[in-house]
Design a protein around this ligand. Structure first.
Ligand SMILES: [Zn+2]
Length: 301
């Protein structure tokens, strides 16, 4: 992997959209931050504000989206914004938000991506160390699984299998180099089944959901006039995986193999990746200690 440096946005990016669940307008401003700050949300209210770091330790829910939480405040549906920031290598920014959910925009990462690209970024001189994947890692839940194998490249093989004529056994393999992710993954929109949308809306959820921000599946087809890719749904699952693993805060290489996975397994994998890294650090620390003890003994002898 080439040497990567920490980056922030060049100037404040102002975005506005609707919340998928609330259906209400959300304002989101991405401010530049100093190197080492990390990505953090600032949930601003008239009387007080709460800062929530974008880190796996702050993930409190993975139901329909990834939700961060701290001090009774939550920020949901962070993954499409995170996929855009992570792919462009933005490591440091303060994200002001006046709602508890990131706006859904067009259901993909494209509006976030275009906004960040048009503003630009500043690269610091601080090296961003990648996480080394040394051993296979896997998480399993019933017939769903997510595996990460060590590799010098980042690539993915993703399979979905829904009880729907168009989504049975859809599978997609690709390298996840930056160009491919920008062109082939980040524009893929989220998707939902019409019957689920109707059910959610009857419970006061998904009130902002529409054909403007999702691919909607009917009993045997799509409600939308056209798709961005013939296999847009599986590509969106890859987008979610990239956005979910951005809670690691650092890049890594490896071969991701996913079958019917989702936010829950993605976040479990992120936790396992950090556990492996901690174990490796401990092992290296012990080896270095033994080595320095041995060389001291040799010097004394
Ligand atoms: Zn998504």
């Amino acid at each position: 992997m080439q040497t990567l440096f920490r980056k922030t946005v060049k100037e404040t990016i102002r975005l506005k959209g609707i919340g998928l669940h609330s259906g209400k307008t959300v304002r989101l401003n991405i401010h530049p931050a100093e190197s080492g700050h990390g990505l953090k949300f600032n949930h601003s209210q008239p009387t007080h504000s709460t800062i929530i770091p974008v880190h796996v330790d702050y993930v409190i829910d993975t139901g329909n989206a990834v939700t961060l939480g701290k001090d009774q405040v939550k920020i949901q549906t962070i993954e499409h914004l995170m996929a855009a920031l992570h792919t462009l290598g933005i490591t440091d920014a303060l994200i002001d938000i006046d709602s508890t959910e990131v706006p859904i925009m067009d259901g993909s990462s494209l509006p976030f991506l275009e906004a960040i690209q048009s503003t630009g970024w500043i690269e610091s001189k601080t090296i961003l160390e990648p996480i080394q994947i040394t051993n296979p890692i896997w998480v399993v839940e019933g017939d769903k699984y997510l595996v990460l194998l060590p590799s010098d490249e980042l690539k993915v093989t993703y399979s979905i299998d829904f009880n729907h004529p168009l989504l049975r056994g859809q599978s997609f393999t690709t390298n996840l180099d930056q160009k491919t992710v920008l062109e082939d993954i980040l524009p893929a929109r989220t998707f939902g089944f019409l019957k689920d949308v109707e059910q959610l809306q009857s419970k006061g959820l998904a009130l902002g959901g529409s054909l403007d921000n999702a691919v909607v599946l009917t009993e045997d087809g799509y409600l939308n006039d056209s798709l961005r890719y013939e296999n847009e749904c599986v590509r969106h699952k890859v987008l979610d995986l990239i956005g979910d693993l951005a809670v690691l805060g650092r890049p890594f290489t490896g071969h991701l193999i996913a079958s019917k996975a989702g936010h829950g397994l993605d976040i479990s994998l992120a936790r396992c990746i950090l556990e492996q890294e901690k174990a490796n650090e401990m092992k290296n620390f012990r080896q270095n200690k033994n080595f320095s003890q041995k060389s001291n003994q040799q010097k004394q002898a």
